[in-house]
Write a protein that binds this ligand. Structure first.
Ligand SMILES: Cc1ncc(COP(=O)(O)O)c(C=O)c1O
Length: 434
């Protein structure tokens, strides 16, 4: 099919709400490693990885080999029957759960939306309480509950649908909701949890759910002590802490879980995206004493299906045996250094933030006023595409560049991508007046 045929069918047969990047969308037909090819045969360096999902790059031979063998052995059973892939994955997840968390049991679904939905329901069941606290700027997915949890107006097709969801300020240091600066900060955003609970709930929340680094929010990266303070307050009021690791899984450098960077134990973890290198997989993990409180029957037709479980276990094994947690730290450092060099040269870059291979640039028209640079980011995307580099976008104002190559990215690929990004910034700076 030609690119235009693909675009025409997309406009005719898909919901118009399905957002595509770029002025003229980019139909893709093939991927291998860090490369993607469009319908004209043009190659791109993929530094967004299908939204942080192809942890090992596209079409990894080892993972795909195991997927193909599983498809030909046993493709589907539903959760009504135990299979080797579902139990092996659950065991593997228990082995890599944060040490000391006691987390060892999993429930499998097919998406991050379902993983978060399961976690919130579990927290309500386990505590017998109804109210949940999430953060402004967070993203949880697209179900009725999750669009209420999600704190971006443009991802909420309806007003809040579910009662008892409270939104605390985000730990957004670059645009501090308490007007603090790094020198005056007393973690007001975390301490506000007490007043939020005492004034907007019945004082007994079921849970606080948060992303260790806010993904769709534009990689808002909390202060290292944020979770210690916020979670302690939640626990003092009887609530559980859910770490939403849908984006942070294996990406923040040296650890499997983003929350391990903050020295805080979660009660429940959710993950999806990068855990199965592109196969549909959602996971909700917790301690046995919480899991057993869910006494109603539950099934998931596709959750824990043998093919996705095989893909996930193969991805976990590959991350382990190829040393990719360490690579995420090393390549993350290299990437960060290059991004900071760009920031020194382009006033458009207001902030560089993130951890490991989860790095972002917040673009502003002026560093003092911090007005989101919406025109410039649109132009940057076009320039990067023209040069063969794919990057991601995020942030409430859509002015944050998200850079998330596969965990096995090489130094040469990081350097090539940064050269292309540098050229793109140069072009945008010349063309788009601030
Ligand atoms: C932090 C977070 N939680 C949940 C979700 C929902 O995941 P899914 O799109 O797989 O339903 C996302 C998706 O981007 C996410 O970033």
């Amino acid at each position: 099919m030609t690119p235009q045929e693909i675009r025409d069918l997309h406009s005719k047969y898909l919901f118009p709400a399905v957002v595509n990047y770029y002025q003229e969308s980019l139909p893709l037909v093939r991927g291998k490693g860090t490369s993607l090819w469009d319908a004209d045969g043009r190659e791109y360096l993929d530094f967004f990885g299908g939204i942080l999902t192809v942890s090992l790059g596209h079409c990894d031979e080892e993972v795909n080999g195991k997927i193909k063998a599983q498809v030909d052995t046993l493709q589907h059973t539903s959760t009504l029957y135990p299979t080797p892939p579902i139990v092996l994955l659950a065991k593997r997840l228990a082995e890599i759960a944060p040490q000391g968390s006691g987390i060892s049991q999993s429930f499998f679904t097919s998406s991050g939306t379902e993983a978060d939905e399961t976690a919130i329901m579990l927290a309500k069941i386990a505590t017998g309480q109804q109210e949940v606290i999430v953060q402004r700027h967070s993203y949880s997915g697209r179900s009725h509950l999750n669009t209420t949890l999600t704190a971006h107006a443009n991802y909420r097709p309806l007003p809040s649908q579910i009662a008892g969801v409270k939104h605390i300020h985000a730990p957004y240091c670059y645009r501090c909701p308490f007007n603090a600066s790094p020198t005056t900060c007393d973690l007001e955003c975390a301490r506000d949890m007490k007043e939020l609970i005492e004034t907007t709930t019945n004082g007994r929340p079921a849970a606080f759910m948060a992303e260790p680094i806010m993904g769709v929010g534009g990689f808002i990266t909390p202060h290292r002590d944020y979770f210690k303070v916020a979670v302690e307050i939640v626990r003092a009021h009887g609530g559980l802490f859910i770490a939403d690791e849908v984006q942070t899984f294996a990406r923040t450098g040296d650890t499997w879980w983003g929350i391990e960077q903050y020295g805080v134990q979660p009660d429940i973890i959710t993950t999806a995206k990068g855990i199965a290198n592109g196969a549909p997989m959602g996971v909700t993990m917790t301690r046995p004493e919480l899991a057993k409180k869910w006494t109603a029957s539950t099934i998931s037709t596709f959750g824990g299906n043998p093919v996705s479980c095989t893909a996930a276990t193969a991805t976990l094994d590959a991350i382990d045996t190829r040393g990719l947690l360490a690579n995420a730290a090393a390549m993350g450092q290299r990437l960060r250094a290059r991004l900071e060099e760009l920031q020194a040269r382009y006033p458009l870059i207001g902030e560089v933030r993130g951890m490991g291979l989860m790095q972002a640039l917040e673009l502003v028209e002026d560093r003092k006023t911090k007005v989101p640079a919406k025109r410039a980011i649109a132009a940057l995307f076009e320039e990067a595409r023209r040069r063969g580099l794919l990057i991601g976008k995020g942030g409430l104002y859509g002015n944050v560049v998200r850079i998330t190559p596969p965990l096995n990215v090489t130094a040469d690929e990081v350097d090539r991508a940064m050269t292309l990004l540098d050229e793109s910034f140069a072009e945008v700076t010349a063309k788009v007046p601030a």
